[in-house]
Design a protein. Structure first.
Length: 275
């Protein structure tokens, strides 16, 4: 059993230069609040494997794209799984935590995601579009993303990338969950300003859409962000299910909603540590 005040190793890259966001501000805020309930230490993701044995749990937060420290991350995962270290989010995620294969699987299953393929023989399954988005299966934060015309797709589709039609969506919207509980939603009214976010009041149908993907991922504890776009026909389509280290855009919330999120996160961590 953990100590009366559990010891938590909080993994973050405070210096990561995210476009349009300040990761460090969010993690400074969250750790300042979580210290009321936990004994906390911060570390860079490259150091997590060496330090984690001294803690009751490891919380992975704004740690940046894994591609930038893949060897250290693989070592961290292997050691945590071997030793039974409690990692939050748990390392069983089926979405971005495991790469982008889930977009292919969900697309093939006919679920409401942007149509996605990875083989030349499947290009005909995509709807016709003026342009297509090509991105690495192991990419993150738009690293390696390209927008091309249809004639270039056969030479680029080699099994290591995903291909999707470029959709002229109305806006992007994100739904934020702690465990299975919806917390808040934010959207970007201007498609060209992805991180200029405003509060969004989801409809019942919107929440059913988001909850469907949370249920599919089967993570009992943790923070997840469901990113979607509003297609021209009015439907929501999944863009990404972030279950590794989703940025939370807490600065776009008012104080009441920020406090509610911190309370939900604290309760979730306590359940995770004692469950």
């Amino acid at each position: 059993m953990p100590a009366a005040r559990p010891r938590v190793l909080y993994v973050t890259d405070l210096a990561y230069p995210a476009r349009g966001r300040r990761y460090c501000d969010e993690d400074i805020f969250l750790t300042s609040r979580l210290r009321a309930d936990f004994d906390l230490a911060l570390c860079h993701p490259r150091d997590a494997a060496a330090l984690m044995d001294a803690f009751d749990a490891v919380v992975v937060r704004n740690s940046g794209p894994v591609l930038e420290y893949q060897e250290q991350y693989d070592a961290f995962r292997e050691r945590a799984l071997r030793s039974g270290t409690r990692v939050y989010n748990p390392l069983t995620g089926r979405a971005d935590m495991a790469g982008k294969q889930y977009l292919l699987d969900l697309s093939a299953a006919g679920l409401p995601v942007i149509p996605t393929v990875d083989r030349p023989d499947d290009l005909h399954l995509l709807p016709e579009a003026d342009q297509y988005v090509v991105k690495p299966k192991l990419g993150a934060d738009s690293i390696g993303l390209r927008t091309v015309t249809a004639d270039r797709l056969p030479g680029l589709t080699d099994g290591t990338v995903l291909v999707q039609p470029r959709i002229d969506f109305t806006y992007e919207v994100s739904f934020y969950f702690v465990d299975d509980d919806f917390q808040y939603a934010l959207y970007a009214p201007d498609p060209d300003r992805r991180w200029q976010l405003q509060p969004y009041e989801p409809t019942h149908e919107d929440l059913e859409f988001a909850r469907g993907f949370i249920a599919w991922n089967t993570i009992g504890h943790g923070i997840q962000r469901v990113d979607a776009c509003r297609a021209p026909d009015g439907r929501l389509l999944l863009v990404e299910l972030e279950d590794l280290n989703p940025y939370l855009s807490l600065d776009a919330l008012d104080e009441t909603r920020r406090d509610a999120f911190v309370a939900a996160l604290t309760q979730s961590l306590r359940r995770f540590l004692t469950g």
